[in-house]
Each structure stands twice: as C-alpha cells, then as structure tokens.
Design a protein around this ligand. Structure first.
Ligand SMILES: Nc1ncnc2c1ncn2[C@@H]1O[C@H](COP(=O)(O)OP(=O)(O)O)[C@@H](O)[C@H]1O
Ligand SMILES: [Mg+2]
Length: 106
C-alpha cells in the first residue's frame, strides 16, 4: 500500500502521516515514511530527534534517472535506506528529501 499526503499548510498533514505510520508499524507492517516537505518535520511525529537528520547525508540529486517511458532509481531502495534512512522507536523507517538549515514545527 502506498499513501501520499498533500494539501494546505497547517492542515495536519504531518501529524496524520506520523500517526498513521506509527499505527501501521505497531500493527506489524513494514513502513517507509518519506518526508518530501522542504521544511521537513515528520521525524518529530515519528519520535526521532530532529538533530539526527543531520547525521545522515543529503539524498543525491541524481538518484532518479529520467527515461521517456519511465523513471528509475540509480540505486536500490535497500541501499538508499542503508545509507540515508533513520528508524523511529516504533520501527518506522524515515527518508527525508531535503535537509533544513534550521528546524521549524509548522
Ligand atoms: N487533529 C488535530 N487537532 C488539533 N490540532 C492539530 C490536529 N492535527 C494537527 N494539529 C496541529 O496543527 C498544527 C499543524 O499541523 P501539521 O501536522 O504540522 O500540519 P501540516 O503538516 O499540514 O503543515 C500543529 O500545531 C499540530 O499540532
Ligand atoms: Mg508538515
């Protein structure tokens, strides 16, 4: 199952995403959460200290190779998670698309 949460700022996207991710992990599902916000704070709702985001390298810009018919990752998802993911206390794996210079909460 893949879920994408998008919408107006301040409408609760991050809160509901974190809650659903933790809830699904508690129910025994393997969960990969991807924070695509340019001011990311999904880590907080997953129980991961924001400081830890700086412990992993920024995702490389050339991670996706564009083809006319399809797009493809230049590395396997397992390898990307091994080098770039964080894991929360409930077992949710987190990938953050952009690293903030300073963290916000909105
Ligand atoms: N169900 C809710 N009831 C009340 N406040 C909420 C609820 N969901 C989120 N909030 C609060 O609203 C604010 C914005 O939520 P957030 O999840 O950060 O929104 P978004 O990611 O869409 O910008 C936060 O202060 C959050 O604590
Ligand atoms: Mg948000």
């Amino acid at each position: 199952m893949k879920l994408a949460i998008a919408g107006k700022g301040g409408s609760g996207k991050t809160s509901i995403s974190g809650t659903m991710a933790r809830s699904l992990a508690h129910a025994g599902h393997k969960v990969l959460a991807i924070d695509g916000d340019s001011n990311p704070n999904l880590a907080l709702t997953l129980g991961i200290p924001m400081e830890q985001i700086n412990d992993v390298p920024v995702l490389p810009a050339d991670l996706i190779r564009r083809f006319p018919a399809d797009d493809a990752l230049t590395e396997s998802l397992e390898e990307i998670c091994r080098t770039h993911a964080l894991t929360g206390p409930d077992g949710v794996t987190l990938l953050v698309m952009a690293h903030p210079k300073h963290a916000g909460t909105g």
